[in-house]
Design a protein around this ligand. Structure first.
Ligand code: GTP
Ligand code: MG
Length: 264
């Protein structure tokens, strides 16, 4: 698993390597592009040419992803929307055109799909990827083809975990996992984000419930997570629920849109 120590080390490496690359690819989770952009971007990139890569678009809401794409484009950013199964040739052309001697650094929060994206660009699976954050440990150069080299890096985060709402969104997309979030208030905020945006999904999962307590209770009972004595194992139920969220098992969903993040 990752820890603040690993993250600090990764940031140091990124700051060092950013000097020798000509591109920075910022991978974010399309379901929460603002929340998964929460790291010291300006400080780390220092004016390098960067591309915002909205990954996992297969499990995000399509029209919300379009709004994000437009939003960032209007701010003068380059954006690439991608998902599992995208073809290597198409991605390389969109990112680097006919460019030669491309050296790109890939950065992003844990578990957003950085290593998977490199495998996708290479057209084969060679880097280890996984459902939990902290799979990539050190930085390493990957030769994609004779024109393109990419530096994979471990996921990074702010060292201080900011607002509870941000933590809740990162929990929904799996950049921080439920094992690390024993604060039920953050879990509850995550649930409220979901309920506000997708009340029908909540109903499908757990029926008519009026609180997170009731939701977990009903979800756990429906999944048979009942302990001796008949009570629901709430911890187990919460783990199952959030793990299923990370991987998009409940359908295509986005947890924020530009209007709610930038509405003043
Ligand atoms: N549905 C979906 N899942 C994806 C996509 N890209 C990656 N994943 C999954 O997301 C999980 C994390 O992928 P990784 O490539 O290991 O993520 P990472 O950013 O390299 O993670 P760390 O190295 O731990 O920081 C894996 O289970 C992948 O299969 C995608 O486009 N769509
Ligand atoms: Mg990785």
């Amino acid at each position: 698993m990752w820890s603040p120590g690993h993250i600090a080390k990764a940031k140091k490496k990124i700051a060092e390597f950013v000097k020798v690359v000509n591109y920075v690819l910022e991978v974010r989770d399309a379901r929460a592009p603002f929340a998964t952009g929460a790291y010291e971007r300006e400080k780390l990139f220092r004016g390098k040419r960067s591309v915002i890569v909205l990954n996992k678009s297969d499990i995000a809401d399509e029209s919300t992803t379009k709004s994000w794409e437009e939003f960032y484009r209007n701010r003068g950013e380059s954006v690439l929307v991608t998902k599992k199964g995208d073809r290597s040739r198409k991605l390389l052309r969109a990112l680097f055109g006919e460019g030669k001697n491309v050296k790109a650094l890939i950065v992003g929060l844990p578990n957003v799909g950085k290593s998977s994206f490199i495998n996708r660009m290479r057209g084969r699976r060679s880097l280890r990827v996984g459902g939990v954050p902290g799979i990539t440990r050190g930085v390493q150069w990957i030769q994609v083809n004779d024109r393109v080299k990419i530096l994979d890096t471990p996921g990074i985060l702010y060292s201080e975990l900011f607002s509870k709402e941000l933590a809740a969104k990162l929990l929904l997309v799996g950049s921080i996992t439920i094992e690390k979030v024993d604060d039920w208030e953050i879990r509850e905020i995550a649930f409220e984000i979901l309920r506000k945006r997708y009340p029908s999904v909540v109903r499908n999962i757990a029926g008519d419930v009026s609180s997170f307590e009731e939701f977990i209770e009903s979800f756990g009972r429906r999944r048979g997570m009942v302990q001796k004595g008949g009570s629901v194992d709430r911890e187990k139920a919460a783990h199952k629920f959030f793990h299923d969220m990370y991987i998009g098992r409940f359908g295509k969903m986005s947890f924020e849109s530009p209007e709610d993040v930038f509405s003043e």
